[in-house]
Design a protein around this ligand. Structure first.
Ligand SMILES: Nc1ncnc2c1ncn2[C@@H]1O[C@H](COP(=O)(O)OP(=O)(O)OP(=O)(O)O)[C@@H](O)[C@H]1O
Ligand SMILES: C[C@@](O)(CCOP(=O)(O)OP(=O)(O)O)CC(=O)O
Length: 412
């Protein structure tokens, strides 16, 4: 009996032009286009194995080893159903000899190598990995099916997930059609275009957030007048300007637009009734440090060298170029000391030395250190240094998360 199974991994993405608001909540169609940087899945990733088998009695998904209910009419069910539909239409209806995998139930096991539902975009990598593993299982891969087509389905799992179907710099075009068939992800530039783009994630909290993105953005759509200005006048110009900045590898412009758009997104949250606050005092201190750092950089004649951005939570993501990231990590350590041993120097900024990372804390000459409090250990619970990465990967059969019987393996 043939084994129909595939394992894929998919990356997280962090938007620089934020998606916030739906015009269709069922199809997940946004009120504005958005743009993100795909982060390296060597560091943060979701891995998913999908198996189709005639002996399975129901579609089942285990997330981090625990069964996640596939609710009728819910997002998981929609993604699985749409992938089966594509399999039938594109493969089975055209080739009578193709196995009828669309008729079999699937067992799916997924694992996130970072905290789930903690504002680290697990829903983005999670639904991208789900769709990618099913696409490989069903032979829905290029040139037969493009990542943009798969993004139409990942979008229905979680809007931001559609952007994780590509590596590099990715736009989600809002589209105009009522059926959502033009609301998809496109590649603005591949990872190889600007590999020097690094990101420092400052984990301020890794627990579940108060107001989910899904409910928060709907409240904003219903109550914020500022959102209308953002949708009509602000985002379209920024989408064009940041795409050009990326194409020109113009970090100064990229940084200015990224920070302005994070601020705009949090402003519409504040303009929501009742208001939504995602950032906290630690988040705001990080902003003050970056603002002062950029002031100094401009004074030195170097332009902006760091860009903060915040999603629906207090965690900061700081984008910077490789040449500047060491200075920025040193500066962050000076204000937000780390628990010894917590910072994994995966990209070797400090030569991979295993000593207490806080010894590297350093404030550049001319930096006004009165702009922010120096916080105690634990205010920023962790620093994850990563960089722009590639799109979903096909993994080798031995990387399967399912055992011989089709149930999740217990991971060591
Ligand atoms: N690997 C996965 N496979 C399938 N679904 C997943 C996976 N990881 C996360 N999800 C889904 O995404 C949900 C978490 O999404 P949520 O938006 O609450 O958090 P987040 O993505 O970490 O935060 P944010 O999107 O605001 O950055 C989970 O409850 C689960 O339904
Ligand atoms: C602030 C954001 O991270 C919001 C992400 O929202 P989600 O994609 O998590 O929302 P749903 O479509 O309801 O699942 C901005 C962004 O990623 O563009």
């Amino acid at each position: 009996m043939a084994l129909y199974q595939a394992t894929a991994s998919a990356p997280v993405n962090i938007a620089v032009i934020k998606y916030w608001g739906k015009r269709d909540t069922k199809l997940i169609l946004p009120t504005n286009s958005s743009l993100s940087v795909t982060l390296d899945q060597d560091h943060l990733r979701s891995t998913t194995t999908s198996r189709a088998d005639p002996s399975f009695t129901k579609d089942t998904l285990w997330l981090n080893g625990k069964e996640d209910e596939i609710k009728a009419g819910g997002r998981l069910e929609t993604c699985i159903r749409e992938m089966k539909r594509l399999r039938k239409e594109i493969i089975e209806d055209k080739d009578a000899s193709a196995p009828k995998l669309s008729q079999y139930k699937v067992h799916i096991a997924s694992y996130n190598n970072f905290p789930t539902a903690a504002g680290l975009a697990s829903s983005a990598s999670g639904f991208a990995a789900l769709v990618s593993s099913l696409a490989q299982l069903y032979s829905l891969v290029p040139p037969v099916v493009s990542p943009s087509t798969l993004s139409l389905i990942a979008r229905q799992g979680s809007g931001s997930a559609c952007r994780s179907l590509y590596g590099g710099f990715v736009a989600w075009e809002q589209g105009e059609l009522a059926d959502g068939s033009d609301s998809l992800a496109i590649e603005v530039a591949p990872q190889s275009h600007w590999p020097e783009m690094h990101a420092l994630i400052c984990v301020v909290s890794d627990t579940k957030k108060g107001t989910s993105s899904t409910s928060g953005m709907q409240r904003t759509v219903e109550t914020s007048t500022l959102l209308q200005h953002r949708i009509k006048d602000v985002v379209p110009a920024r989408m064009a300007a940041i795409s050009t900045a990326i194409k020109n590898r113009d970090f100064d412009t990229f940084a200015r637009i990224t920070m302005a758009d994070s601020n705009s997104f949090h402003a519409v949250c504040l303009d929501t009734e009742p208001p939504i606050f995602y950032m906290n005092d630690v988040s705001r201190s990080i902003i003050s440090v970056i603002v002062e750092y950029n002031r100094l950089s401009v004074e030195r004649g170097e332009g902006y060298k760091a860009a903060y951005t915040y999603d629906a939570g207090p965690n900061a993501v700081i984008y910077a170029l490789e040449k500047d990231i060491k200075e920025i990590i040193q500066l962050v350590l000076a204000f937000f000391p780390q628990t010894a041993g917590d910072f994994k120097d995966v990209l070797g900024v400090f030569g991979g030395a295993a000593k207490d990372v806080n010894v590297h804390a350093k404030i550049p000459q001319g930096f006004n250190d009165k702009v922010a409090n120096k916080w105690e250990v634990g205010a920023v619970k962790g620093l994850i240094h990563t960089k722009v990465g590639d799109g979903p990967r096909r993994l080798a059969p031995e990387e399967t998360l399912l055992n011989a019987e089709g149930f999740p393996k217990t991971l060591a």
